[in-house]
Design a protein. Structure first.
Length: 500
């Protein structure tokens, strides 16, 4: 390959290049040898985008514009060449006529490849087929593409490859681009919704000495200077509740969470949540907020409350069903746990329908109720449903129900048998909280490494006094899956975790 400026040799690949790749490199080398290296271009002054021109043709007709983008198609017709370039907002056609540009520019353009990035200036017009186009008067190669795009312009067919090479997926797959635009707009809507209710957005540590706030297995790392093991956060709950104690009465954080657990269409080891806490509120207020965020976002972003997800037609119109776990098990399974008071009887009722309790779980009424729900009811919840009043055994951070101390003021939101949000009337009794933590420690000692760790500093904070508080965590990735109709979480995370 020819020398480039400053006598620096362009890097050579280790393996022998295919003929197709070598041709592109030869074209680059020829330009560099002539002192016209496209990678020396530093800026291009663009005056318009494709969507602007096509959306308001009357305003642009006959006017000179400067546009830039990636060549996505190209066809030559003797002394004229048509091509489409793609910018940040869509496609637009270019018309390059031999006598409208310099001889060098036209000769160069004939050699440009699909994938090359160019900038052009020219006037806007309509072709004989009524396609809005730019009649090019000047063209500049801004970046040379050394690899061809996938053959199928409409998208990549190799699903795993599109996750590994998201940059290529976004180039050729408009549906993927749409998914991430919806994700961005959903997060923007959520921020505006919470800010409008007087919430303060904050940031809390990703690295912690204790992994708390959820029942999950953490990632462990090591801090060399302090010579201590640390955990990537599995939730933002405990730091945010410390801020409630400190007097920030409405607080939220949108951020990445890390859990060292399995991977499937609903789980990625790192994912994004919003957690929010409001003093002097309870879990009923959190239900109103969850419904307001998701239904409001659907209406604003999609223009409708009706969405299709996982083969089901989902109605997100406000007024979602609210159903206690006891009532849900009675309705879908036929066991009335309200009429059962004995632990042994509850466990026997669960086993009678083939429900098994986890080995590490205590054989209690609450664990039997939850197992029946988890194994027999959750899969049947299609339309938006708040399941409320969870057993205390599976809710270590939640306030007990005044009506039944075996239950807590907690809900989970289910849509299409997927959990989207989890919320509590937060436990603010430091003595009860210590007891719950100690029960979790006992489970951990029996081999359950997904239970809560005992956080002495959090208990200390509670002893200063925390007001009655409603709190909620919502999975942003799953909400975006719902709004986009995507079946896999990998379709709504730009760079999902992949095996090497």
């Amino acid at each position: 390959m020819s020398e480039v400026n400053n006598n620096q040799q362009a890097p050579q690949p280790q393996q022998e290049l295919s003929e197709l790749l070598q041709i592109r490199r030869d074209k680059l080398a020829a330009l560099q040898s002539e002192g016209r290296d496209p990678f020396h271009q530093t800026k291009f002054e663009r005056s318009a985008w494709s969507a602007e021109i096509k959306g308001d043709y009357e305003a642009f007709d006959g006017k000179t514009v400067a546009v830039a983008g990636r060549i996505m198609s190209k066809r030559g017709m003797g002394k004229a060449i048509f091509c489409h370039i793609k910018d940040d907002r869509g496609l637009i056609q270019l018309y390059i006529k031999k006598d409208s540009v310099s001889e060098q520019e036209f000769a160069d353009f004939r050699k440009y490849d699909i994938g090359d990035i160019i900038g052009v200036s020219g006037f806007v017009f309509k072709t004989k087929t009524e396609e809005i186009s730019v009649h090019v008067e000047k063209v500049t190669l801004l970046s040379k593409s050394l690899r061809p795009l996938p053959e199928k312009f409409h998208g990549m067919t190799n699903t795993e490859l599109k996750y590994r090479q998201r940059y290529v997926d976004l180039m050729v797959n408009d549906d993927s681009r749409r998914n991430f635009e919806i994700r961005s707009r959903f997060i923007s809507f959520m921020r505006r919704y919470l800010d409008g209710r007087g919430y303060m957005e904050v940031e809390t540590p990703v690295l912690n000495t204790i992994a708390g706030g959820a029942a999950a297995r953490p990632f462990i790392t090591h801090h060399n200077t302090l010579d201590i093991d640390m955990y990537l956060r599995i939730a933002t709950e405990l730091p945010l509740k410390r801020l409630i104690v400190g007097g920030i009465e409405r607080v939220y954080e949108i951020g990445r969470i890390f859990r060292n657990e399995g991977m499937d269409t609903k789980h990625n080891p790192e994912f994004t949540t919003v957690e929010l806490y409001e003093a002097y509120a309870d879990f009923h207020d959190m239900m109103d907020i969850a419904e307001g965020i998701i239904s409001g976002a659907a209406k604003e972003i999609l223009g409708t409350y009706q969405v299709e997800w996982q083969g089901e037609q989902i109605d997100l119109s406000p007024g979602w069903r609210r159903l206690s776990m006891v009532d849900a098990v009675r309705e879908y399974v036929g066991i009335d746990f309200a009429a059962i008071s004995d632990d042994a009887e509850a466990v026997a009722a669960a086993k009678a329908i083939g429900v098994e309790l986890a080995d590490a779980a205590e054989k209690t009424w609450g664990n039997a109720l939850y197992a029946c729900f988890d194994q027999r009811v959750e899969e049947k919840l299609i339309q938006p449903t708040f399941i409320t009043m969870y057993p205390v055994e599976v809710s270590p951070l939640t306030k007990r129900s005044p009506a039944d101390p075996r239950l807590t003021e907690r809900f989970e939101l289910f849509v299409c048998h997927s959990e989207l949000a989890n919320a509590y009337s937060e436990l603010n009794d430091p003595i009860d909280q210590r007891y719950r933590f100690e029960k979790q420690v006992e489970q951990r000692e029996r081999g359950d490494d997904e239970t809560e760790m005992l956080d002495e500093d959090f208990l200390l904070a509670l002893e200063f006094g925390m007001p009655p508080t409603g709190g909620m965590g919502m999975g942003i990735d799953r909400c975006v899956m719902l709004l986009t109709g995507c079946a896999s979480i990998r379709d709504v995370i730009l760079f999902p975790t992949m095996k090497p």
